[in-house]
Write a protein of this length. Structure first.
Length: 276
């Protein structure tokens, strides 16, 4: 597995890419070339070009959830490239219109529009992209400290309803070191996401995690999350995007935490093939 950060809140010194409060990653696993989230605007396209990545050749688009800091770039992507044969994978509620106190925070397309622009798989179930890479589907609650919280409202069949982010999910890749998990915001709970990955891949071995953990306050939830993450003994931990400095500081007291910024490139050894 190879991964490059196309969009993050942070940029590295002397690496002249653009940053914004969003997330986007380019992932290669075997023949699959996957765009995971698209950030808030079109800057992921320019960053990809500067990194030598051809987004016109991607085979899959995976969306973590429907918020505009993860889906906003879809419009520019569809205008720039013909991706009508590219497989887009997301939860069925990903393209439901969404609002919060600051206004509209949903995707630039509704479900009907996106299905006209991409080859879509909208599913609540895990979906295997390659032999070793899986969209994790709807995330069940598996602990008592990561209950879902309302964040604004969404439109479902013409009705405004509370949005508990059931569309929030993640992607995971089996590597030679274990499962590597890629998240967007982890509104579903980062520990719940890890438990889902363990269930889908039938393993307890986690190699690493990159993405937003949605942790801001130094409270009991953060403390119990750190307890859980320490128990994983994962060698590679990359909390970013929606993780506050205070939360990272608390994590760093008990585990190794790596810095993330636009341009970061990661590589994991391949998993053994089932035919090996």
């Amino acid at each position: 597995m190879k991964l490059q950060v196309l969009v993050d809140n942070n940029t590295f010194i002397d690496c002249y890419y653009l940053g914004e409060p969003g997330a986007s990653y380019y992932v290669e696993d075997g023949p699959a070339k996957i765009l995971f989230d698209t950030g808030y605007s079109d800057i992921f396209i320019k960053n990809a070009e500067d990194m030598g990545i051809d987004l016109g050749a991607i085979t899959h688009i995976v969306l973590s959830h429907g918020h505009n800091d993860h889906t906003g770039g879809l419009k520019a992507l569809a205008e720039r490239f013909d991706l009508s044969q590219t497989r887009l994978i997301a939860h069925p509620l990903c393209f439901a219109p969404k609002w919060a106190h600051e206004g509209y925070i949903g995707a630039p397309f509704d479900t009907a529009q996106v299905m006209g622009k991409f080859s879509c798989t909208l599913t609540r179930e895990p979906y295997w992209i390659t032999e070793n890479c899986c969209f994790l589907g709807e995330i069940p609650e598996s602990n008592d400290f990561e209950t879902r919280r309302k964040l604004g409202e969404m439109d479902v069949d013409g009705r405004r309803v509370d949005d508990f982010l059931l569309d929030d999910t993640a992607m995971a890749v089996r590597t030679g070191e274990g499962i590597f998990i890629i998240t967007g915001c982890s509104h579903s709970g980062i520990c719940n996401i890890v438990e889902q990955a363990k269930k889908v891949f039938h393993t307890e071995k986690i190699a690493g995690i990159i993405g937003g953990f949605h942790l801001f306050k130094t409270d009991e939830r953060l403390e119990r999350t750190i307890d859980y993450l320490c128990g994983l003994a994962a060698p590679h931990m990359y909390p970013c995007h929606c993780v506050s400095l205070k939360a990272k500081a608390e994590m760093m007291k008990r585990m190794d935490v790596e810095e993330v910024g636009v341009g970061l490139a990661l590589e994991q050894p391949p998993a053994f093939s089932s035919s090996d």
